[in-house]
Design a protein around this ligand. Structure first.
Ligand SMILES: [Zn+2]
Length: 136
């Protein structure tokens, strides 16, 4: 899960709090950090969804905290992987992703047997948040 910074250092992936409009704390956002120059880059795969979330908050949001790892499956998986090890390891992330996909597929089975279209759609959205475009 390494990325090269423009200053030449390796950036590492972690979960950080992003403060929006100085009022709203978006907690557990996957962010690349450079130990060399201190640069922070929101993980490319979730950038669009962080943007959407900020868009929903509007120009004058109420102060508060939003746990991004409960809004976005990929952030959830990273936070799960961080519980297992101190730093984010590709193998731990892959395992956590697989486990979460299995859980969601089990839920999808239940939702299908209940013919619950709304629930099914929600699970599909969550599964798509774990798709390759986010993870790689
Ligand atoms: Zn740097």
């Amino acid at each position: 899960m390494l990325k090269r910074c423009s200053c030449g250092e390796e950036m590492s992936l972690g979960l950080r709090t992003v403060i929006f409009a100085r009022k709203v704390n978006i907690i557990n956002v996957p962010v690349y950090n450079c130990p060399g120059c201190g640069r922070n880059d929101v993980f490319p795969g979730v950038k669009e969804d962080v943007g959407k979330l900020v868009g929903q908050l509007g120009a004058r949001p109420d102060p508060g905290s939003i746990p991004f790892d409960q809004v976005h499956e990929w952030a959830g998986v990273l936070s799960q992987a961080l519980h297992v090890s101190e730093s984010l390891q590709a193998a731990a992330i892959a395992r956590a992703t697989e486990e979460r996909i299995d859980q969601l597929l089990d839920l999808l089975l239940i939702a299908s047997s209940l013919d619950d279209e709304r629930w099914k759609n929600e699970i599909h959205t969550r599964l798509s948040q774990l798709s390759a475009q986010y993870v790689s």
